[in-house]
Design a protein around this ligand. Structure first.
Ligand code: GDP
Ligand code: GDP
Length: 434
């Protein structure tokens, strides 16, 4: 749960090529989510049933000769603070450069797993050249070629082997809530009005990931954990300026949560950065409640809530079955309601529909509208079952799973949503051979 892997290294060693290879492998395994734009710098990888977020820190470097070494140092330091595993990429065709030395010096001091990945090892001759990198003092070498893919499978085995086992993670049956959004939307203000200045801490416990601290609160008759609030309340202006930093914090918070409160600024409206965070939540299969904050500043005219909602849902398509609450963190208007919605979404995410009930409803849905025949072949869905996953996923068993297209899967998803309340929760639909 919630592991984050960072790729660090100087320019041109092949970080983005490596990143692309890692994230592409996902498409072979998982159904593509239509309409979801992929960010170039972070993505999800699934390997041996474990998934993690991978970040190409290089994507955030401002490329100018004089500032660039300092920039790289900053990225590496942030990656060290925020990530669980660091992949340090070097280029076999260049040998060790000064900048490689600088980065290695930073990485030798830390107690998180660092893997030294020697890239561009396209052939066995280069594997011999790679040995020079032992001099960096970072232990074992992982030789890969991002161009032809060699070595990447072994590397991934090692990476996921470093993660905590799912069943070793202590789980408490309480919602873990993350407050996410762009700078200045009002996250800190919300947290303050939610939990008060007195910080009604019951017990601080370490979160599911090594670095995020979830603090338990009891407010408005609900017990819950707030993810990583310290980082939100203690601001360092320098760090806030870095897009990389805020993206990293969002990823960390989302990964550690069950339900995210995605905050928007009513005076600004919904922008592409907000939509990116939303997709990140969706891709991470977490619950979501959208809060339109600073509603106290909006002139009240009839219908304005409705038109606001319409605009937001249009931007978030196709996943629009989500609660939207208009709040003011400042006046505390509807903060209680926001928390209620979070609890409902949390319950929806845990919901298990008994197989018999599911089939009773879905057989009718399938009878009413069969999947279209493909290449003259009749497609038959025999039965459906909800998989025992943390977030709702459904397997439909049929004779020709490969012939069922996205629009039909969306039809099934919509019918599941209509019949069983899954508001605020992303749903996965899989077609399997019976
Ligand atoms: P970044 O600046 O670290 O993100 O590096 P890029 O991914 O842009 O790669 C820099 C150059 O190295 C590009 O021309 C890539 O095609 C090339 N490259 C990346 N990986 C490999 C590899 O495994 N083998 C070879 N031969 N070239 C590679
Ligand atoms: P963060 O960067 O997302 O943590 O945002 P802050 O909580 O620091 O809020 C940014 C600014 O917006 C501050 O000046 C807040 O006082 C202001 N603000 C936050 N919430 C509200 C609200 O509901 N109404 C109004 N009018 N201002 C707000």
């Amino acid at each position: 749960m919630g592991n984050i892997v960072a790729i660090v290294g100087r320019p041109n060693v092949g970080k983005s090529t490596f990143f692309n290879r890692m994230t592409e492998s996902r498409h072979a395994i998982v159904d593509s989510t239509s309409g979801v734009t992929r960010d170039r710098h972070y993505g999800q990888v699934v390997w041996n049933g474990r998934d993690f977020t991978i970040i190409d820190t290089g994507g955030y470097i401002i490329n100018s000769d004089d500032i660039f070494e300092e920039e790289i140092r900053k990225q590496v330091i942030l990656a060290i603070e925020e990530c669980d595993v660091i992949l340090f990429l070097v280029d076999v065709t260049n040998g060790i450069t000064d900048l490689d030395e600088t980065i290695a010096t930073l990485l030798r001091k830390i107690d998180k797993p660092v893997m030294l990945v020697v890239n561009k090892v396209d052939n066995p001759g280069r594997a011999y050249d790679a040995n020079v990198f032992y001099k960096l003092g970072l232990g074992e070498l992982y030789n890969v070629s991002s161009i032809n893919g060699s070595g990447t499978g072994d590397l991934l085995d090692e990476v996921v082997g470093l993660f905590q086992k799912e069943d070793e993670i202590e789980e408490e049956d309480l919602p873990k809530i993350a407050v996410v959004g762009r700078p200045n939307v009002g996250k800190s203000s919300l947290i303050n009005s939610l939990i008060g200045e007195e910080r009604n801490i019951v017990t601080p416990v370490s979160g599911t990931t090594r670095d995020s601290i979830n603090t338990r609160y009891s407010k408005f008759n609900h017990d819950f954990f707030l993810v990583d609030t310290a980082g939100l309340r203690k601001k360092s202006k320098v760090k806030e300026d870095l897009e990389f930093y805020s993206v990293m914090r969002s990823i960390r918070a989302i990964e550690s949560s069950d339900v995210c409160l995605l905050m928007l600024d009513a005076t600004i409206g919904i922008e592409s950065q907000d939509v990116n965070i939303f997709h990140l939540i969706e891709k991470s299969k977490k619950g979501v409640v959208v809060l339109v904050n600073k509603w106290d500043l909006i002139e009240k005219e009839t219908g304005s809530v409705k038109s606001f909602e319409e605009v937001i849902r249009r931007k978030l398509e196709p996943f629009v079955d989500i609660p939207i609450v208009f709040v003011s963190a400042l006046t505390k208007q509807r903060i209680h309601k926001a928390l209620e919605e979070v609890i409902k979404v949390y319950e929806n995410r845990k919901k298990r529909i008994p197989t018999s009930q599911l089939n009773e409803v879905m057989q009718e849905v399938i009878q009413a509208n069969h999947p279209p025949a493909e290449k003259g072949k009749y497609i038959q869905i025999k039965y459906v079952t909800q998989l025992p996953t943390r977030s709702p996923s459904f397997a439909f068993y049929c004779n020709l799973p490969q012939y069922i297209k996205d629009p039909y899967k969306r039809y099934l998803e919509n019918k599941i949503r209509q019949n069983f309340n899954f508001t605020g929760v992303p749903i996965q639909i899989y077609m399997r051979k019976k």
